[in-house]
Design a protein around this ligand. Structure first.
Ligand SMILES: [Zn+2]
Length: 330
């Protein structure tokens, strides 16, 4: 049975929801919003089991009450999952749910419903479930997961508690990746920074071909500019445009960070990009920290501008011109 312990991170939210169960007033309707791949369905199912468990603890399902025993025996207990995997959820699926909700619970004093990707409900389906949310039976709890709650009608949203379940801190994602993969600290750190707070996205990035190549291009780019080989830097920037720009810029930023740290402390053990330590030590010994910080700042600005849909080619060229101006003084 899925429990909160099986789901990494999101401590504050877990504690809040566990508290609602301990105090015996879980809400009748929730919307769990988060990006694709963030594990919001698992989160919703784990919470539903906690609502249904008849023990008093409120921290995790007890494994012993009638609901938990039924689940262990391969049943569904009083948990009902509505899932159409990518297709629109039609009004008939919601009517089935309503027929079910009308029946009193059998093995428990509660029933829980998880509507997976509920933002795929048609407008008719949403209007239909609205009637249930307006007057839910005392025993019923409904959790709707959604990638984008803007796709839900306002009247539905106003009847439910909207929670953002998708976003993990970078530290939480790094901790998860350390346990789940055998990748280096540099790779984990970079994937976590490019993940937009989603563990699923961080894993996808780690496994993508663009990841390793984007990082190597960043290393070549930095080597080029520090050698004042600006023609080569332009060529590398053109290639980087074909890859995920966020990986490229996060890698540039991580390596510049290491150079500044090494320049300040001289301590190689503080480097994240340990596999690139020769380049980092070389850069830190050739340029003072304030110049390196300026280069880091210029590249971060370029990343922000590209995030705002500026032309990639023009932004990269302008970035190299600015860096050239900084470095030709040295
Ligand atoms: Zn239980």
């Amino acid at each position: 049975m899925m429990t909160f312990q099986d789901i990494p991170g999101r401590q504050v939210l877990k504690e809040r929801l566990a508290g609602e169960i301990r105090e015996k007033h879980p809400g009748h309707a929730y919307i769990f919003e988060g990006p694709d791949g963030c594990g919001k369905k698992d989160f919703a199912v784990a919470f539903a089991h906690m609502i249904l468990c008849m023990s008093e603890s409120g921290s995790k399902p007890c494994g012993k009450c009638r609901h938990c025993v039924n689940i262990k025996a391969g049943g569904n207990g009083e948990l009902y999952i509505i899932e159409e995997s990518g297709k629109a959820i039609s009004v008939s699926a919601i009517r089935e749910l309503q027929d079910n909700i009308a029946l009193l619970p059998v093995c428990n004093d509660k029933k829980a419903y998880v509507i997976v990707d509920g933002d795929n409900m048609t407008v008719q389906a949403q209007n239909c479930i609205l009637k249930t949310l307006e007057e839910p039976p005392e025993y019923a709890h409904i959790i709707i997961t959604a990638s984008n709650s803007d796709n839900l009608i306002d009247t539905l949203k106003s009847r439910a508690v909207l929670l953002h379940v998708g976003i993990n801190s970078i530290a939480e994602i790094k901790e998860y990746l350390y346990n789940a993969t055998d990748r280096t600290e540099a790779e984990i750190s970079l994937a976590a920074q490019c993940s937009s707070g989603s563990i699923g996205k961080a894993m996808e990035i780690l496994e993508s071909r663009e990841f390793g190549e984007g990082r190597e291009l960043a290393v070549d780019f930095i080597t080029g500019i520090l050698e004042k080989n600006f023609r080569e830097a332009h060529g590398i920037a053109d290639r980087a445009i074909k890859y995920g720009m966020d990986i490229f810029f996060a890698a540039v930023s991580g390596i510049m960070r290491d150079m500044i740290v090494f320049g300040t402390t001289g301590n190689v053990n503080l480097l994240i990009n340990m596999d690139k330590k020769d380049i980092i030590i070389n850069g830190a010994s050739r340029y003072p920290g304030n110049v390196l910080a300026r280069i880091a700042f210029i590249s971060e600005q370029a990343a922000v501008n590209i995030g705002y849909n500026a032309s990639k080619k023009q932004t990269m060229d302008a970035m190299i011109v600015k860096i050239t101006e900084e470095l030709t003084k040295w």
